[in-house]
Ligand binder design. Structure first.
Ligand SMILES: [Zn+2]
Length: 335
């Protein structure tokens, strides 16, 4: 089962899990929940686990049994009474016709005679008409129906949707727990785990994905390219050529984070504002040299190009990266 379809309840969400399963055991589970918190802490897996648990015909000790017909269906081909709704492509909105299809599902009878479950992620991806279409369902969901909304940005979810759901606020693990968990998963030592967590902004699940997808190596390659450009060992063109086939959205996401670090330190003179401490030397060197105007221009450009990638406008990737790296190379010129 890939990470996106995981139904694991991570240790730092166990307390939330007990809260919800106790509500269920007491017959007080609301028909709509919104699982919220920052991205990359296991909310989707939490909602998935909750759906599996509620569909299970013989749950024990607040967990799905894993053996009944429902559990077997869920774990193999997928449970017919579980409806999963997400944007057709990452970053795209959830559209009204998708919500209408969901309504059709909710008006049909549960095939296995138990609950019907909906997992919708991310809730903030619903555009206004989609959210309005869902409102009616939230008001009258029908019997034995539970809607699980997952939100990474609760503030962007329509207030009328929010107010009809009980909130399950999820928090990232404290750094020690995150490092311990990651170290155990990857069989690495705590120091290495902490370094990985720094790269993934404290999200242990993202850190795990980084390693599994060998993203640490890619990040290192990108950093080496940026350093080479600053030191004029390689041109922006050469580095763009080397990296244009990689996941540019990810590269630009990293670069944007580093630029913000440079801006923070540049504006305050205080190194404690650095978030990406493993890139400390390069970021401080740039902060000392680059003027605010060239930094802001670069930040704007990175932001725009990231958006164009996310919106699938199919830009020329090589040219896109060149433009950004050329502007990066200008930072090396003392202002
Ligand atoms: Zn079961």
């Amino acid at each position: 089962m890939d990470e996106a379809r995981s139904v694991e309840v991570y240790p730092w969400l166990q307390e939330r899990w007990r809260h919800v399963t106790r509500l269920h055991e007491a017959g007080r589970l609301p028909h709509a929940l919104i699982v919220s918190g920052v991205q990359g802490i296991g909310k989707r897996a939490f909602a998935g686990a909750l759906a599996r648990y509620l569909l299970c015909q013989a749950p024990r000790d607040g967990e799905a049994c894993g053996r009944c017909r429902s559990c077997v269906l869920h774990d193999s081909s997928g449970h017919p009474d579980l409806y999963e709704l997400q944007p057709e492509e990452p970053g795209k909105p959830i559209r009204i016709d998708q919500v209408r299809e969901l309504t059709v599902f909710l008006h049909s009878t549960a095939q296995q005679g138990g609950y019907r479950l909906v997992v919708l992620e991310p809730a903030e991806a619903m555009n206004v008409s989609a959210a309005n279409a869902l409102l009616k369902t939230l008001e009258e969901p029908g019997r034995e129906t539970v809607l699980l909304l997952v939100s990474h940005r609760l503030g962007q979810v329509m207030p009328t949707i929010r107010s009809r759901c009980q909130r399950i606020d999820c928090h990232p693990p404290v750094p020690d727990l995150a490092a311990e968990w990651l170290a155990g998963r990857l069989q690495i030592d705590a120091a290495e785990a902490r370094q990985l967590l720094g790269i993934s902004l404290g999200s242990p699940i993202r850190a795990l994905e980084y390693v599994q997808q060998d993203l640490v190596t890619l990040r290192r390659k990108f950093l080496a390219g940026l350093a080479d450009i600053l030191k004029q060992r390689r041109s922006a063109l050469e580095v763009a050529q080397q990296l244009s086939k990689e996941d540019l959205e990810l590269l630009l996401g990293w670069l944007y984070g580093w630029i913000l670090d440079i801006v923070r330190v540049g504006a305050t003179g205080d190194e404690s504002y650095l978030r990406h401490t493993d890139v400390r030397n390069m970021l401080l060197a740039v902060a000392r040299r680059a003027g605010p105007h060239s930094l802001y221009r670069l930040a704007d450009l990175v932001h725009e190009e990231r958006l164009s990638l996310m919106q699938r406008q199919n830009p020329n990737r090589q040219l896109l990266l060149e433009r950004i790296l050329l502007r990066w190379s200008e930072l090396a010129i003392k202002h």
